[in-house]
Design a protein around this ligand. Structure first.
Ligand code: PXL
Length: 282
């Protein structure tokens, strides 16, 4: 069985970061080790939260794993709480790559959405996160994060050409394959567009599905977890992105259909079977 390690916080209530990465990656039939960076009572979109910083544990865990020679097919990072944590995660990636150069590095620069940085982050944090993205094979920013990384203003609407330019500019920062989430090329449709800078024939790909008229927290984490798990399980990049778009749509649909739905995250649980089925023949 393939094994990945994901590095992000555990928000005890909130259906984001580790509480979605673990079930999603497990459903895709991939072992998911964790390096938790912080324990929060709930994610930071709530007006109050507690935050226990686990920065001090990152280096000892890294060193212990080197001693025991644990191997990972992929390292997947999500929300990180500070620039210091980004530096430690960057060191972790260097350490893993030194021993096992084939390990895939997937960075979700989870720091902003809906045009705004998350609570507690500033421009210098965004610059550090951009530095981490340079070490990745794949990055999965939304349009807010991509704009921050490139220092360009966000727009109401993007043409296909404008999206291609953003993807090429992200790749020129140093990562092989950026995947932009939350893109819309056709009215009523929403999806993701990727660019594989090493693929000279079919470098760009895009997949859209129905655009439901609601936005929810945690969908970026779900998207990145599906792409990471599906790719590690052996799907192509395009198939992994297609599955992630369809799964996030199913989660939003289930949330909208539930009269008891909470505001802080989507119902990803009801559709986990879709992920199991998608990899049953891989
Ligand atoms: O969904 C991204 C995320 C992850 N972890 C924490 C967050 C957020 C978004 O707000 O606050 C702690």
């Amino acid at each position: 069985m393939k094994r990945i390690v994901t590095i992000q916080d555990i928000s005890c209530v909130g259906r984001c970061s580790l509480t979605v990465a673990l079930p999603v990656i497990s459903a895709l039939g991939v072992e998911c080790a964790v390096l938790p960076t912080a324990v929060l009572s709930n994610h930071t979109a709530f007006s109050h939260f507690t935050f226990r910083d686990l920065t001090e544990d990152i280096l000892p865990i890294t060193e212990e794993w080197v001693r025991q020679d644990f191997r990972f097919d992929a390292v997947y990072t999500g929300y990180l709480g500070s620039k210091e944590q980004i530096a430690l995660v960057s060191h972790f990636i260097d350490t893993v790559r030194e021993k096992h150069p084939q390990t895939h590095i997937i960075v979700d620069p989870a720091m902003a959405d809906f045009g705004k940085l998350y609570t507690g982050f500033d421009a210098s944090f965004a610059a550090s996160m951009t530095g981490l993205c340079q070490k990745a094979d794949i990055i999965l920013p939304n349009l807010t994060e991509a704009s921050l990384m490139l220092g360009v203003p966000m727009k109401e609407q993007y043409t296909e050409h404008a999206l291609h330019t953003i993807l090429q500019d992200l790749a020129s920062l140093g990562c092989r394959c950026p995947i932009l989430t939350g893109v819309s090329l056709h009215p009523g449709m929403l999806g993701a567009m990727g660019y594989d800078s090493k693929n000279t024939e079919n470098a760009f790909f895009c997949y859209e599905n129905e655009h439901l008229p609601r936005q929810f927290h945690g969908t970026g984490d779900i998207f990145a977890s599906v792409v990471t798990g599906a790719l590690t399980r052996g799907m192509t990049l395009k198939a992994a992105v297609t599955l992630a778009v369809d799964y996030v749509l199913a989660c939003i649909r289930a949330t909208m259909a539930d009269p008891d739905a909470v505001w802080y995250g989507v119902n990803f649980e009801s559709s986990l079977g879709m992920l199991c089925r998608a990899v049953s023949n891989v």
